[in-house]
Design a binder for this molecule. Structure first.
Ligand SMILES: CC(C)(COP(=O)(O)OP(=O)(O)OC[C@H]1O[C@@H](n2cnc3c(N)ncnc32)[C@H](O)[C@@H]1OP(=O)(O)O)[C@@H](O)C(=O)NCCC(=O)NCCS
Length: 186
């Protein structure tokens, strides 16, 4: 059985993964949510102003009341900016599985930051919550996301056709990957 503990703070070499606060709205808007390149393959539309970010954060913060919500702000230790988000979503208590989702501002791409956060969450999910399976998936064209998933040790399982709707309304193919508790070496 899963041992849910909610969005606990996790520290890595360069990052603090922590709960979102209302004050993060400006960073969210400026660093990633207002950028069409960041949302290119995602289901949600680019935020048109900081109020959209603020409202979304209010909703997310209210949800922390549940210990089954795993939704972290990615704070960079170097400058204390919040630069992205990472979450364990679609928690299935029956088969003890979840899916990981993430995004980070363009100024912070290709520095290994999502790989660092993702690796820490794999450890958290298996060791602290007791998940048995973590799924990773990405739009077939989002090769950077695929590279992150592979670097984190997930195995490619296949491509599902027309399984995900992105912000422009098109329904696209996604590549699916997973890692199982029995494969995790720490
Ligand atoms: C995808 C994303 C999360 C990657 O985050 P990141 O912090 O830059 O990832 P990392 O630096 O840990 O690793 C990126 C890897 O992808 C590679 N990469 C970058 N752009 C690439 C491209 N166009 N094609 C192939 N590989 C690419 C990098 O070289 C790096 O691999 P390497 O370490 O072997 O050199 C980030 O680009 C992002 O937030 N994109 C927008 C939101 C999004 O797409 N989220 C994922 C939804 S599934």
């Amino acid at each position: 059985m899963l041992h849910h503990i909610g969005t606990k703070t996790i520290e890595t070499e360069r990052l603090i993964l922590r709960r979102f606060k209302e004050e993060d709205a400006k960073d969210m808007y400026n660093n990633w949510a207002s950028d069409d390149e960041v949302t290119k393959y995602l289901s949600w539309p680019t935020h048109s102003n900081v109020e959209v970010s603020r409202k979304l954060l209010e909703m997310w913060i209210d949800k922390y009341i549940s210990e089954e919500i795993y939704n972290w702000a990615i704070e960079v230790k170097e400058n204390n900016s919040v630069v992205g988000s990472i979450a364990l979503m679609n928690v299935d208590n029956n088969i003890e599985s979840c899916e990981i989702g993430y995004c980070i501002g363009r100024a912070y791409w290709n520095k290994g930051l999502i790989t660092e956060a993702f690796s820490a969450l794999i450890k958290f999910a298996f060791k602290e919550v007791g998940f048995n399976r973590i799924t990773g998936r990405h739009h077939v064209d989002n090769t950077a996301s695929g590279r992150v998933i592979e670097k984190c040790g997930l195995k490619y399982e296949g491509t599902l056709r027309q399984v995900h709707k992105i912000k422009d309304g098109s329904i696209v193919d996604c590549k699916y990957y997973s890692i199982l508790k029995e494969e995790y070496r720490g």
